[in-house]
Design a protein around this ligand. Structure first.
Ligand SMILES: [Mg+2]
Length: 714
């Protein structure tokens, strides 16, 4: 249970309790208020009755005083009584009862039956009469039903007179008061009309039971209020009630309180939930960002950052019993598929490969995509080269299985470079770099294979870096120079032209051959600058031959694929030719077969433009690339140089002889000169001559030599 839950529960309990308490308090207040009001009304009514009764009963005292003053005699009772009734009111009749026997009644009419009635002997009234005499006090009888009809009360006042100095009971002076007349002074009737209920009662002096002697038509309501009226020998009670305003029942109170508590608790919960929802949103967003930061969006594999982190973490815990291997995979010729089939198919292929890689490795090993068609696999708990080799072979086999995309069949291979951890690197960066280096070794060895990193590769890389940085200064420092190798007309045996070949006069390493630096220059892009330097230098030599030696020299220069694709190629060459002022026919461009094949249409365009301005074009290293003899006729070239690999084995290899023969026949049909490169022996020369090869080049005639020396061959 969270803090939020506790707060919500506490809130619910608190609000519900407060609500119940408040509602109950409110109801109590309403009841109290009503009771106070009822009590006030009861008091007021009681006071009115008490006053009227008191004044009515005072008539008996007036009569008593008259009797006492007249020593037991009463003259002209009727006119006296009438005067008293008229002036005081509320009394129905007045009576005199000497010795308890009713002798006078005013008014007499309707009361005749009572004359002569002995009060002291009346069963119903005698006890009150006796009590009055004993206590010498006025007593009240009733209310009771009168013999002559109606409900009345009678006040009996015992009168004592002095007889021979002694107080002697004379009899009673009585006043009869009709109840309805007594109550006429109250507001009970109006109150009843307004919805109040009332009741007048007394405790019967003999039976001790409550006797109700006046009441409203309806029964009393709950919570009535009562007030006592003191009458001479008893207590009357006035009770008033009124229906309570509608109050909620307990169950309604509880239901409403629970509802209110629930509502507020829900509100509190909702408010408290807002930061939680926000936090959840932030958490989800963070997870998304993490996914983006550490995983490859296409394959869902770990990305380079994740791999580096894992590598770094592993390196911090690595020991003799816990070693690992990093495999760097690059798909062979993936670009070809991507370019020809479109990126969607390329992505599809990458997804399939990713899934295959994942299936080969153990659970816990990490497969990652570094970008493009490069993957890396971190194999944990593996220190044996044999084990790693086995996994590498299985990976190569898995990748090589055909992939079908849109019902088309693709076969792709991979080259893998492997570093062992921790032997081959101290950090993620060096491990990846070294594995990459080993991968290039596998690629150069013919692809679809794997290669382990070894320290020599590292030294080579350092060497490569050194050469690259020194090479960039070589042109400025005039360290580059050209050697020239003659091309011999095999029919006449005379020099036909020269091929300019670059050398580097290194300040410490001595004369460096191009195989050590041209590849590096290609990779770094320096080759373009070097290439133009070569063309300019060769042109200067052509000019020198003409000016200083009166020789019309033809010199061929090798153009790198990168330079061949330079959009300013033609413009730059023309500018050099104009600067040095030489005949364009004296310059030949040699371009390898493979660089022509990248985009044949573009290549044909460039070749045609070069030929238009008069420059001759030769295909170098012919027979090693992808082009077939059939494509040869599309290419606007003047010369074709058969690759040296065919020549070296010419004497011993019949099939090479056949290929060379085919090339020569085809070329001659297209009126293209054929040059055999790398002639080293008389036997090779004889064979080539017999096959009608018209130009030869090689150590058999001359090595590449400095310009002045080359001129001697002329
Ligand atoms: Mg060449």
């Amino acid at each position: 249970m969270t803090l939020r839950h506790l707060i919500v529960i506490a809130c619910f309990v608190l609000i519900t309790s407060i609500s119940i308490f408040w509602q109950q308090m409110n109801q109590t207040l309403i009841i109290n208020e009503q009771q106070y009001l009822l009590s006030e009304i009861a008091n007021s009514e009681a006071t009115a009755i008490e006053r009227r009764l008191s004044s009515s009963l005072s008539t008996t005292h007036i009569l008593a005083i008259e009797i006492q003053q007249n020593h037991g005699e009463f003259n002209d009772f009727d006119s006296y009584a009438q005067a008293v009734i008229d002036s005081i009111g509320g009394v129905s009749n007045l009576q005199l009862a000497p010795n308890g026997i009713i002798k006078n009644i005013y008014p007499l009419q309707g009361n005749e039956k009572a004359l002569g009635h002995n009060i002291l002997r009346d069963d119903l009234r005698s006890s009150e009469a006796q009590m009055a005499i004993e206590r010498r006090q006025l007593t009240l009888a009733g209310p009771f039903e009168l013999v002559q009809g109606g409900i009345a009360i009678i006040g009996r006042n015992p009168v004592f007179i002095k007889v021979q100095g002694k107080d002697t009971f004379w009899g009673f002076t009585s006043a009869l008061i009709f109840l309805d007349k007594l109550l006429a002074v109250t507001k009970l009737e109006q109150l009843e009309n307004k919805g109040y209920r009332y009741q007048l009662s007394r405790i019967h002096p003999e039976s001790k039971k409550t006797e109700i002697f006046a009441r409203s038509k309806h029964d009393l309501d709950p919570f009535p209020q009562s007030t006592q009226i003191k009458v001479p020998n008893a207590n009357w009670t006035v009770t008033i009630s009124r229906p309570m305003p509608t109050l909620w029942s307990d169950s309604a109170t509880y239901s409403i309180s629970i509802l209110l508590g629930g509502l507020i608790a829900w509100l509190v919960s909702y408010i408290l939930l807002q930061p939680e929802l926000l936090q959840r949103k932030v958490r989800n967003k963070t997870a998304e960002l993490e996914q983006l930061a550490f995983y490859d969006p296409l394959t869902g594999l770990a990305n380079r950052r994740m791999l580096s982190q894992e590598l770094q973490q592993f390196l911090s815990t690595v020991n003799d019993n816990n070693k690992a291997a990093l495999l760097y995979l690059d798909l062979d010729d993936f670009k070809r598929i991507n370019d020809s089939m479109g990126h969607n198919s390329g992505d599809h292929l990458l997804l399939k490969i990713a899934s295959r890689l994942n299936k080969i490795v153990k659970k816990g090993d990490l497969v990652s995509r570094l970008g493009g068609d490069e993957f890396a696999i971190l194999l944990f708990n593996t220190d044996s080269i044999n084990n790693v080799s086995r996994v590498a072979k299985r990976l190569i086999k898995a990748v090589k299985k055909p992939v079908f995309i849109d019902e088309r069949r693709f076969v792709i291979s991979t080259s893998i470079g492997i570093t062992l951890i921790p032997k081959d690197g101290k950090n993620a960066q060096s491990l990846l770099r070294n594995a990459d280096m080993a991968m290039y070794v596998a690629k150069n060895a013919g692809k679809n294979g794997f290669s382990f990193f070894h320290q020599k590769l590292h030294q080579q890389a350092i060497e490569k870096h050194r050469i690259e940085s020194e090479l960039s200064n070589a042109i400025k420092r005039q360290e580059l120079l050209l050697y020239y190798q003659p091309l011999i007309d095999l029919t006449t045996g005379k020099v036909k032209s020269f091929e300019a070949l670059i050398r580097w006069q290194h300040p410490t390493d001595g004369l460096v051959t191009p195989d050590r630096f041209i590849g590096i220059a290609e990779e770094s892009g320096l080759i373009v600058e070097i290439g133009y330097w070569v063309i300019r230098e060769a042109c200067q030599m052509i000019n020198k031959g003409k000016v200083e030696h009166q020789q019309q020299l033809t010199i061929a220069v090798n153009l790198s694929p990168k330079q061949f694709m330079d959009p300013n190629l033609l413009e730059n060459i023309q500018s050099i030719l104009q600067d040095i002022d030489i005949d364009p026919h004296c310059l030949e461009i040699e371009i390898t077969e493979s660089s022509l094949m990248t985009d044949v249409t573009d290549a044909v365009d460039i070749l045609e433009q070069l030929r238009t301005i008069g420059i001759k074009v030769a295909i170098d290293d012919f027979g090693t690339g992808y082009s077939s003899l059939a494509q040869l006729k599309k290419l606007p070239v003047d010369k074709l140089k058969i690759d040296r690999s065919f020549i070296s084995s010419l004497a011993s290899d019949q099939s090479d002889q056949k290929i060379v023969q085919a090339i020569i026949i085809m070329a001659h049909t297209l009126q293209i000169d054929v040059v055999a490169e790398g002639i080293e022996t008389q036997q090779q020369l004889d064979l080539l001559k017999s096959k009608k090869c018209n130009i030869g080049q090689g150590y058999f005639f001359s090595r590449p030599v400095p310009f002045e020396q080359a001129l001697k061959h002329l």
